[in-house]
Design a protein around this ligand. Structure first.
Ligand SMILES: NC(=O)c1ccc[n+]([C@@H]2O[C@H](COP(=O)([O-])OP(=O)(O)OC[C@H]3O[C@@H](n4cnc5c(N)ncnc54)[C@H](OP(=O)(O)O)[C@@H]3O)[C@@H](O)[C@H]2O)c1
Length: 280
């Protein structure tokens, strides 16, 4: 299969490109400088000239706090971008897959959100991603909108991705112990995205590693255990202590209900995924 990957310098994009190459796909991975997805003509040109079988959109404005003061750029990448690619995919007969977020939910529900639950995004990033979902679905009825959350992986610069390096170098860290989510290893997500590219599944699906989910503190403690580092290097804090600009859902655990109903296997348990991440 020929796969076009956008946002190629990003964490998930790199995992997707690596995974697709490992199974023999031809991969065209375009960085923002090569394809700015917010530009409709550039998106169309990239799809027209590369003729991919599938487009996996990993490009996004991902600075959750920065989006609060940069609404225009957030909507350009997260809402216009997926819509532009969805239209080009439809025009040139490619399967379109775009990634959305657990942050589309307000987090007031204590259980696991399913695809049937109604989003109520809180901040600008979350609202722009939800707008991208709606505009993708409106533009292209075969598109797949993959909601995931708490993604970490090699090359990632977000908190979960850098914990092992911080701990290995003797740092003491703080980690939120009162926000809940379902951690997802970028490599496992990449496999699922590629699997979806060769199915006729369409619409919203949730993809995370299996298990009961955790807090950032819980994930950090598991990583410390895997590294043989004492948990005393990690101090639990409250989300409220950080006083960040963007509101975030308190609990955004996702249930992968739809893919289970479609007889997909579960992705490995999140602890197994952490082990593979930390040991790699
Ligand atoms: N990380 C998480 O925990 C998480 C959770 C839920 C959902 N997601 C979603 O997963 C997807 C991948 O996220 P990630 O963690 O891999 O993010 P990432 O590492 O920040 O990568 C995003 C990439 O998109 C690029 N980009 C931004 N605007 C663009 C544009 N207009 N055109 C083309 N490229 C653009 C960025 O380029 P620059 O570096 O040049 O800005 C960056 O390389 C995103 O849709 C994100 O919303 C992530």
């Amino acid at each position: 299969m020929k796969v076009l990957v956008t946002g190629a310098r990003g964490m998930v994009a790199r995992a997707v490109a690596d995974y697709c190459r490992s199974i023999g796909d031809e991969v065209v991975a375009l960085e923002r400088a090569e394809l700015d997805i917010s530009n409709r003509d550039s998106g169309r040109d990239a799809v027209a000239s590369n003729s991919p079988d599938a487009i996996i959109n990993c490009a996004a404005f991902t600075d959750v706090d920065g989006a609060e003061s940069n609404e225009k750029a957030a909507y350009a990448a997260n809402s216009d971008g997926p819509q532009n690619l969805a239209a080009a995919a439809k025009e040139f007969g490619a399967k379109f897959i775009t990634i959305s977020t657990d942050y589309v939910f307000d987090g007031k529900f204590d259980g696991f959100y399913t695809e049937g639950d109604i989003p109520a995004p809180l901040g600008v990033y979350a609202k722009s991603k939800y707008a991208g979902e709606l505009r993708t679905a409106e533009e292209n009825e075969s598109a797949v909108i993959v909601r995931s959350g708490w993604i970490y992986g090699h090359g990632g610069t977000n908190f979960l991705s850098v914990i092992p390096e911080l701990l290995r170098t003797g740092k003491h860290i703080t980690a939120i112990s009162d926000s809940f989510g379902t951690p997802t290893f970028a490599r496992d997500l990449a496999r699922r995205l590629r699997e979806l590219a060769s199915t006729n599944v369409a619409g919203v699906v949730h993809v995370t590693n299996a298990g009961e989910g955790s807090t950032y503190y819980g994930v950090a403690c598991e990583m410390a255990d895997l590294l043989g580092i004492d948990r005393s290097h990690i101090t639990p804090i409250s989300d409220a202590d950080l006083k960040r600009p963007a509101p975030r859902p308190n609990s955004s655990k996702l249930a992968t209900k739809r893919l289970a109903e479609l007889s997909f296997d579960e992705l490995p348990d999140w602890r197994d995924a952490l082990r593979r991440f930390v040991k790699a």
